[in-house]
Design a protein around this ligand. Structure first.
Ligand SMILES: Cc1cc2nc3c(=O)[nH]c(=O)nc-3n(C[C@H](O)[C@H](O)[C@H](O)COP(=O)(O)OP(=O)(O)OC[C@H]3O[C@@H](n4cnc5c(N)ncnc54)[C@H](O)[C@@H]3O)c2cc1C
Length: 468
């Protein structure tokens, strides 16, 4: 069993003083695990590690729990109208259901209250240092880690503490990915990334060009359809716009039924195409380009209103932007638009600025870690990432089971070292495996997983770790 230092605040009896490689003082927290971030993934990591007997110190740069779903946070990407895209039963943690009387697709305010209740119910706040950001994570001997923190915003001195393991749960929807376009700097109109979009009042009465057809881009185009004086929606290719409800049920629940029945991908794609034909109809009739791929080859877009507004002429679909001029935007088909506001809903990139990317297997320096099960780090068995998945369902149950796996792996390192060593070899051999069918090669799909395949792989890993 791990030597459990008292969870929560460093206790002088369990914290000893060590020295870092450069001679600076380091508080040695023994086998305590450090968790970075108190969003969905960090909270479930704290809970599951504590339940497995570990001391846990969690650092959160903001002043509350909930991460992206706490709209008060500086870097929260949610806007006033954000609701879940994945439905409630496929989003909630397996051991903490959302209330039965909540809608299928709760509002972001409900999500925040869900995380606050989760933190209270499992008494997690005593482990969390709010307003504290992690600025450096460095390996030290014996697979241990020196974690340097400071008050968010850089006030006050830095402190370094030494931990037995680290869980990175810093989220991957906060660092905007901005495309480069010729002439963008000279463009005189207003330009923003979707991360700065908070309220439809920002669109009111303006000629708006929304770039990007992810779920956020579609949501903003729908709001612009109702608030702006004009809305163009620019997409690089045609997409499949699935309604949020199919046969009267949330679309992900219907999809899950087919997955549970192990219906092969080709058959599911055929069924999906038929269903979309019968419900949404032929999208080219609305002037939308024909998708150049089959469903499930791009991240699902669930939006019942986009096609509706295109059909009412309130959204004009247009192709990709070719370049910007000071007073206009030129499209790849040569057309010129004159938007007053351009919203880039072009997604986010992961960022791990507090550690050397090579530690996560990012040899090319592109910001894409090379992990096993999107969570375990091949050369560092005491380092894990949670929540770095983009599933066709909610993220939280996947983050929960990732945390359980890591907690059991850490426990096995003490109680069954041979089993843990064999498992580490398995992690090294399998790094980079995918858990989705064929998807388009783009940064948007770096972390794409099919939730059913992914959960089965996690279950197999747990069984392998626990086997005799
Ligand atoms: C518009 C929108 C809609 C979405 N809809 C869904 C949906 O329907 N279903 C779904 O499952 N997911 C959805 N997501 C994805 C969403 O990111 C996840 O639901 C969830 O927020 C992931 O939780 P997380 O804890 O991994 O990351 P986050 O929620 O981003 O939390 C990370 C936390 O880490 C903290 N942090 C970061 N760096 C540091 C540091 N250096 N030191 C200390 N603390 C740090 C941050 O402050 C933050 O609190 C949506 C995302 C967006 C943008």
């Amino acid at each position: 069993m791990p030597t459990s230092t008292e969870p929560g605040r460093p206790d002088p009896e369990t914290t000893t003083l060590a020295r870092g490689p450069d001679g600076r003082p380091v508080s040695d927290r023994g086998d305590t695990v450090c968790v970075i971030g108190a969003g969905a993934s960090g909270l479930t990591a704290v809970k599951n590690l504590a339940e497995h007997g570990f001391g846990v110190d969690c650092y959160e740069r903001e002043t509350g729990v909930g991460g992206a779903w706490n709209w008060r946070h500086d870097r929260s990407p949610v806007y006033a109208s954000t609701h879940l895209i994945s439905s409630r039963p496929f989003t909630q943690f397996p051991d903490f259901p959302m209330p039965d009387d909540w809608p299928d697709y709760p509002h972001h305010g409900q999500l925040l209250s869900y995380f606050e209740r989760y933190a209270d119910h499992f008494d997690l706040r005593r482990h969390i240092w709010f307003g504290t950001e992690v600025v450096r994570v460095e390996p030290v001997g014996d697979d241990r880690w020196d974690v340097t923190t400071r008050s968010t915003g850089g006030y006050g001195p830095e402190r370094t503490s030494r931990y037995g393991a680290v869980v990175i749960a810093n989220g991957h929807n906060w660092s905007p990915k901005l495309p480069r376009y010729e002439g963008l700097e000279q463009f005189r109109g207003e330009v923003m990334h979707a991360s700065s979009y908070k309220d439809s009042a920002q669109l009111r009465g303006k000629r708006v060009l929304v770039v990007g057809a992810g779920n956020t881009g579609c949501d903003i185009a729908v709001e612009a359809a109702q608030q702006a004086s004009r809305c163009w929606h620019s997409t690089r290719r045609g997409y499949w716009y699935a309604p949020k409800y199919v046969f009267g049920r949330p679309a992900d629940q219907v999809n899950d039924l087919l997955l549970a029945l192990r219906v092969p991908l080709r058959v599911r794609q055929w069924l999906y195409h038929r269903t979309l034909r019968l419900t949404v109809g032929d999208l080219t009739r609305f002037g939308l380009p024909k998708p150049d791929h089959r469903v499930y080859e791009t991240h699902p877009i669930a939006n019942s209103l986009l096609v509706y507004h295109v059909g009412h002429g309130a959204i004009t679909p247009v192709p990709d932007v070719a370049r910007f001029h000071p007073h206009s935007v030129e499209l790849t088909d040569g057309r010129q638009l004159d938007p007053e506001l351009v919203v880039f809903a072009t997604g986010y990139l992961p960022r791990f600025e507090f550690l050397d990317g090579k530690l996560l297997g990012d040899d090319e320096g592109v910001g894409r870690p090379r992990l096993w099960l999107n969570a375990l780090v091949p050369d560092h068995p005491t380092l894990a990432v949670t929540g770095l998945v983009q599933p066709d369902s909610g993220i939280f149950p996947l983050a929960h089971w990732q945390a359980v796996l890591f907690a059991r792996l850490l426990r096995a390192r003490v109680s069954r070292p041979e089993r843990a060593a064999a498992f580490a070899a398995r992690v090294r051999a399998g790094a980079g495996e995918r858990y989705s069918g064929q998807v388009k090669d783009s940064t948007r799909h770096w972390f794409e997983v099919g939730h059913a395949d992914y959960l089965r792989a996690l279950e197999r890993a747990l069984r392998e770790l626990e086997s005799k």
